[in-house]
Design a protein around this ligand. Structure first.
Ligand SMILES: *Cc1c(COP(=O)(O)O)cnc(C)c1O
Length: 390
């Protein structure tokens, strides 16, 4: 079945939806049983999409979990209150005191903070590695290396990682390979086909897709699912039925939304490339983006998120650029239907294992579903204000 068709059917089994098209929102803490036999059955199958207790989920959660496993080819899916929770739960499910973690240098900033604060405090050592390291990662493996964590493309700076090459090294050393696949989603990247063991997403972004819910997802293959499920459960992680419903709903339009985000963002990336103020545009689908060949080999397209670096500009000039925007709103997050803009002045401070050759400010854009003519006019006016403030 093709992805577009799969997205329509995934997780809509009769056992979850009844006679409706969509699964109902089942809010529950307590599940009640009529007989001892039912209680016994639920107990034996708890954690296996059988109603048992609210923390284990209801039909609304099971429908979403089914859908994600279907789309990814994963063996099991755990839900979390947000993506950051999914990241730390996945890490803590497979790391203990004395273990070593290899973390990509271009990880989402809060992921880095999890390593430097939470994991370091538990006696878990992190080594950051260059996102372009590929098979060279074998030189960084130690006897106690238990997890290699990837994020591709890298947060803010968009370097692509050679997942199959790193997977081969991880498999040879029995190391768990985790990927933050928030950018790719199951539509743009086949994480399990490329050799990932544990796949994490902030469903807050494209899956929910409308900037109105927080939700995290972590899935695993057959080998690692029992441990991910058990540890996530022990840590008490669960998500609300309402948010799980919104994620299932978002899946139905994920592919068409991504296609339009891709078209709009690529148009604007090309326009920005022509601007004299722009040092470089970081967009995986541009040939000059680091790891572009990997993007062409592994990805089925791009989305609305990319960055560009200005040749110059202090905080005042960047404020003039951003503050008068009509359509772009300034804010964190991305993946909703709307365009967003956020500046960053200190990329070099966010990385320790790979060089950043630019000194100008970086601006990250999320290109929404507006008409690109309006968005370009908005950006052109921003460059005017920028010049006046320089
Ligand atoms: C937003 C984001 C997260 C965190 O997700 P939340 O749902 O906001 O907790 C993790 N990874 C990446 C790449 C993100 O962009």
């Amino acid at each position: 079945m093709k992805k577009a068709t799969q997205l329509i059917h995934a997780g809509r089994g009769k056992e979850w939806t009844g006679s409706a098209v969509n699964p109902p929102v089942v809010r529950a803490s307590t599940i009640v049983f009529d007989t001892m036999a039912e209680l016994k059955h639920a107990t034996a199958h708890r954690g296996d999409r059988v109603p048992y207790y609210g923390r284990r989920g209801t039909a609304t959660h099971f429908a979403l979990q089914d859908a994600i496993c279907d789309l990814e080819g994963s063996a099991g899916c755990a839900l979390y209150p947000c993506g950051a929770a999914a990241i730390n739960a996945a890490l803590l499910s497979f790391l203990k005191q004395g273990d070593h973690l290899l973390m990509v240098d271009t990880a989402y900033e809060p992921t880095r903070a999890i390593c430097d604060k939470l994991l370091a405090g538990l006696g878990i050592e992190t080594t950051y590695y260059d996102p372009l390291i590929g098979a060279g990662i074998s030189a960084l493996i130690k006897a106690n290396t238990k997890v290699i964590f990837l994020e591709s493309p890298g947060s803010l700076t968009m370097e692509l990682q050679d997942i199959p090459a790193i997977s081969a090294v991880a498999k040879a050393h029995h190391i768990v390979l985790m990927l933050d696949n928030t950018w790719g989603t199951p539509v743009l990247l086949d994480a399990y086909g490329l050799g990932v063991d544990v796949c994490i997403q902030s469903a807050t972004k494209y899956i929910v897709g409308h900037s109105d819910a927080m939700l995290g997802i972590a899935t695993a293959n057959e080998k690692y699912w029992p441990q991910l499920r058990e540890y996530s459960y022990l840590m008490g992680y669960c998500a609300s039925a309402d948010d799980a419903y919104l994620a299932s709903r978002g899946l139905r339009t994920l592919k068409v939304r991504l296609a339009q985000h891709q078209t709009n963002a690529f148009t604007i990336a090309k326009w920005l490339q022509q601007r004299p103020e722009v040092e470089t545009v970081r967009h995986p689908a541009l040939p000059e983006n680091p790891g572009h060949q990997i993007f062409q080999r592994d990805f089925h397209g791009s989305n609305g998120l990319f960055s560009f670096v200005l040749k110059q500009g202090d905080a005042k000039a960047v404020a003039a650029f951003i503050e008068g925007m009509q359509h772009f709103k300034m804010g964190f997050s991305w993946g909703g239907y709307e365009s967003l803009i956020i500046p960053n002045f200190s990329i070099q401070k966010l990385r320790t294992a790979s060089p950043w050759p630019y000194s100008g400010p970086l601006i990250r854009l999320h290109i929404g579903l507006e008409d690109t003519e309006d968005l370009i006019a908005d950006l052109a006016a921003a460059f005017e204000r920028f010049h006046q403030a320089l």
